[in-house]
Design a protein around this ligand. Structure first.
Ligand code: AR6
Length: 191
């Protein structure tokens, strides 16, 4: 088994589940959240609106995950998780970010899914330092794979070349085996 590192747009991946770096409302936003909603079409927002609110406006607390279908995406499901907003590293950020990965993997296992792809949760608008977040993503996924058979394929998606290098380095540091792909390789007919 190995962790795969991909570079490109997560909305193009035909996997069982792509993970969305959402906010607690689950009603969409910018970054990868906006890209996923645009690619999935309006049915995704309609399904999110139907999810129960735990408190007014809160459908998914930070560190947890909720599943919807993928609608117009090539992915079958979207797992909406909410990463922590980076403050100074002393506000439980690492544990909350680790939870996003672990809870998503647990849900994928419970749903019997074979493949899951993660963006760099919290590393955009929420400001988590990428090196530290990549270390957490790798630690959680490698640790999960050591003791669980499913999901068989775990993909970490880097949006740009700099993030891709950081993920590769984090995986090498963790002693994890890896396969690397560029999503651009898959669409030679485009552009
Ligand atoms: N494919 C893969 N990765 C992407 C894509 C994409 N299409 N687009 C952006 N990224 P962010 P956060 C990377 O800001 O920090 C939203 O408004 C991006 O380069 O999307 O968890 C939500 O509604 C970065 O590395 O998520 C929340 O309010 C990573 O995805 C808030 O932003 C995450 O960046 C969540 O902030």
């Amino acid at each position: 088994m190995s962790i795969e590192v991909w570079q490109g747009d997560i909305t193009q991946l035909a996997v069982d589940a792509i993970v969305n770096a959402a906010n607690e409302t689950l009603l969409g936003g910018g970054g990868v959240d906006g890209a996923i909603h645009r690619a999935a079409g309006p049915g995704l927002l309609a399904e999110c609106e139907q999810l129960p609110e735990l408190r007014p406006g809160i459908r998914c607390p930070t560190g947890e995950v909720r599943a919807t279908s993928g609608h117009a995406l090539p992915a079958r499901h979207v797992f909406h998780t909410v990463g922590p907003v980076w403050r100074d590293g002393r506000h439980d950020e690492a544990a909350l970010l680790a939870n996003c990965y672990w809870q998503s993997l647990r849900l994928a296992e419970q749903m019997g899914l074979e493949s899951i792809a993660f963006p760099a949760i919290s590393c955009g608008v929420y400001g988590y330092p990428l090196h530290q977040a990549a270390h957490i993503a790798v630690t959680e996924t490698v640790t999960w794979q050591k003791s669980h058979a499913r999901p068989l394929r775990i993909i970490l998606v880097a949006y740009n070349a700099a993030a891709f290098k950081i993920y590769q380095q984090a995986l090498a540091d963790a002693g994890g085996t890896q396969k690397s792909h560029f999503l651009e390789d898959l669409k030679p007919a485009m552009g």
